[in-house]
Design a protein around this ligand. Structure first.
Ligand SMILES: Nc1ncnc2c1ncn2[C@@H]1O[C@H](COP(=O)(O)OP(=O)(O)OP(=O)(O)O)[C@@H](O)[C@H]1O
Ligand SMILES: [Mg+2]
Length: 159
């Protein structure tokens, strides 16, 4: 089950949609975030953090330069990565994202279409810029867990 063309009419709505997904996440879940510069991927992760009940004092900032931020203090640890500046598989190896696959946390990766770093079962979230404040959300589960996550999330988005 996929989510197709769900309208997000402003940053708050993007954050709210992400927050509802965050509430559904379980240890080991992985989310790939795809979309152009400024599409709202980091904004989305901020919503995930709230949905995972990370305290407000835990700032969700862009890991463009740090590549990987580990955010703790919530219901589950959130590993937030950004592959934008990664140029080679060797560079990627140093980050060791695959070591996080088995961890009891949630992995959220911006620019996940640049390198295959997610476990086979993961949710792909695509944000498309359709206006200054408007985004279109598509999401698709790759694998059984992500597919059921997408279905549950779709129900929440419709409600
Ligand atoms: N509906 C919307 N959803 C999300 N962000 C929006 C929306 N409308 C406007 N924006 C603005 O777009 C920008 C999105 O920035 P953000 O850093 O989240 O993008 P990004 O996809 O992570 O970019 P990058 O590829 O540089 O990491 C913010 O300034 C935000 O306020
Ligand atoms: Mg970003």
């Amino acid at each position: 089950m996929a989510i197709l063309g769900h309208l997000l009419s402003g940053p708050d709505e993007t954050e709210r949609a992400a927050r509802s997904l965050g509430g559904l996440l379980r240890p080991g879940d992985a989310i790939g975030l795809v979309g152009e510069l400024g599409a709202g991927k980091t904004r989305f992760v901020r919503g995930l953090a709230r949905g995972l009940a990370l305290p407000d004092r835990v700032r969700v900032t862009s890991p463009t330069f740090t590549i990987l931020n580990q955010l703790r203090g919530g219901r589950l640890p959130l590993y937030h990565a950004d592959l934008y500046r990664i140029e080679s598989a060797a560079e990627l190896d140093q980050i060791g994202l695959e070591d996080l696959w088995g961890e009891a946390g949630v992995l959220a990766v911006e620019w996940s279409d640049r390198f295959a770093v997610l476990p086979p079962d993961h949710l792909v979230v695509r944000l498309r810029v359709t206006g200054e404040e408007e985004r279109m959300l598509d999401a698709e589960g790759r694998g059984p867990r992500a597919a059921s996550l997408a279905a549950e999330w779709a129900r929440l988005l419709r409600a």
